[in-house]
Design a protein. Sequence first.
Lengths: 647, 135
Amino acid sequence: MADTHDSSGPRDPAEAGHGSLDRRDFFKGAALGAAGLVVGGTSASAEAPPVQPLPSVELPTLAHDLAYAMPAQASGPPPARAATQGRPASDFMVDVIKKIGFEYAAINPGSTFQGLHESLLNYGNNSAPELLTCLHEEAAVAMAHGYAKAAGKPMLVVVHGTVGLLHSSMALFQAWADRVPVFLIVGHNRNPSGVINRPHSAQDMGLLVRSFVKYDDEATTLERFAESAMRAYRIAVTPPMGPVVITVAAELQESIVNDVPRIPELTIPAPPQGDATAVREAARMLVNAQTPLIQIAKLGRTPKAWDLLIELAEALQAPVDVMGYSSWQKFPSWHPLYGTGGRGYTPDVTLGLEVTDMSVQARAARANGRKTISISAEYLFQGSNIHDFGRYSDVDLAIAADAEDTLPSLIDEVRKQTTAERKSAIQARGTQVAAAHKEIQLNGIRDARHGWDASPVSVPRLVAELSDQIANDDWAIVSGHQFTGDWQRRLLNHDKPYRYNGDCGGFGIGYDSPASVGGALAHKKFGRLSVAIVGDGDLNFSPGVIWTAAHHKIPLLFVVHNNRAYQAEVMIIQRMCGVRGRGNQNAHIGNVITDPNINYAQMAKAYGMYSEGPIENPKDLAGAYQRALAKVRAGEPALIDVISQPR
Amino acid sequence: MIFRSAFVTFAVMAMTVSPFAQEKAGTPAAAPLAAATGNAQRGKVLFETSLRCYACHGFDAQTGSPRLVPMSRAEDVFLAYVRKPATQGMPSFVAQPEADLRDVYAYIRSIPQAAPNADTIPLIKKVLDRRAKAN
């Protein structure tokens, strides 16, 4: 990728420096090189003077690249270096970026943002933001996605025109579906001058990803850049949050300016809170319910949601269902109210907090005379081409507001409306629910015994051995749960808001590995021990992130759940074969990753990361974890490749 | 691994392990089952290679979902079930020769039918103790 990104070189050939050659010089050099080889070949003669050997084939030079990429230059002196007459406009862009307060900028280089890149390094001193070198733009955005959830603020990503943006598109989609803010700047060759740069121009750059970003704009002036950047950031972090894209022409970045506009202040609007009357009604329904249930999905923009949700759940003594993989799961996994209430607990009132699609719950409730309430910022922003908002949900009470910021008033109302009589009933319910949950959770832990000594290693053994090693650390799981079932929740007490960083959002593979590196980066300054359990299928989408973690010394333990397959698809195709009655003999084709098997420990070593494996005997896990975690605690990343059961 | 439809997503989610599903699968048979008639060794090969039962049920028929040990179905009931499964996630093996299915059944029956008690595994015991102390 880098070879196509950088090949256009500086826009001004005069900047090529003293080593530059024009086409004629290049061929002259090559001829001399060939001559040198001939002379060198006969240098056995004692009288012959020593000759410096030259390479047999002259390597391409910057001048060669320029001759290929840029239009022919007219003869005569090179244009004067305008840089001495003012200030690069991209320096001003760095001022704007610094004012917003980004800690990091994930990049994969490209000539359409060479001006900004240079300013970030030499004007911005590669600090706040510090550049993170990524080996694929999808990895860069996914890192920003994981970072945003762990850090509570967006990371800057800068990518190349068209090609870089298209590479990022999948990860932007995931951030969109996960309602996570990512701030992306894409360079643009508005007036491309060379054969390479022409495809890096577009009539409407943002159009390429407009279906799944919350806002995009092209900054045509510096003033517009400053305002658009502030607006974009504000939109990104206002619920429902999402990725934003600013297009900046290379010509604007590289222009020289004497006067710069004022940088506006960044003002973030207070999130909308639920209407007081509606919140009162919601509280009335919940307090008077016999079997209320709280369901959560994208709840927890900030750590305060964690405490507020515990407060609400305990005030109602209502079970909290963290739902499936799309949830940010901001509730302690070993809390007495964590669960769905136990066997036979049928909710008569279900409260959804930032649950994108409540249509299934609403229909079931209406069919059975039960009630549903939804508090969500989703109502304030819909209409995307991506239909992840699901079907129409005819809930009984819909409140268009940020659920996190509505919780304080809801808790107040619940307390106000809870009579002594209801309080007694609520406490009795809580005792019952807690007992049921405890039994379910203990049974869930006991289930780890099945296949305990099996090889390949069982997933619960893989997680249990890890849980034992990190029990005394301040740990954070920065990968998703999607491919490890719910074993992490069962075997590890998620007792802090940062223990788990959530899944990808869009159910597309390739998120876990890079997002884990981003999450680990956010946890680094707090001294937290970051752990990621990633699938082999996932890691293969962006293995270069191993190098990024090693290069930037981001402490993180990667555990590769290596089942040598796209396991869900193995099952799905088997089922389809069965439905059509054609036998299972071909179901593995296109789904398994064997013959040859991939050695991820060797892969990690090649990228410069400490690694062990492949580990097939579960008895070898503890030692491997110990050694790898020692590296992570010392500030390095490490990887353990575990040959695992399918799931 | 891109989930291409909501239907597929839910199907896969439904197939993942849950404490509730395991309780059900682990219910022991009421009466002792008759001995299996097939070739367990051949059944293991079929289980792990051509039929790939391991994909859902684990290589040892007990780490996936649902667990197949302890086996609660009699041989003929098992054959009827795998040819016409009652659940959407389970593929139908209607076209598979009867002998193959009997061999697979024999393999499943050959696996030790009881997992060790959780309290006898120190690591699990530690997790249980931590959970008990949590609340």
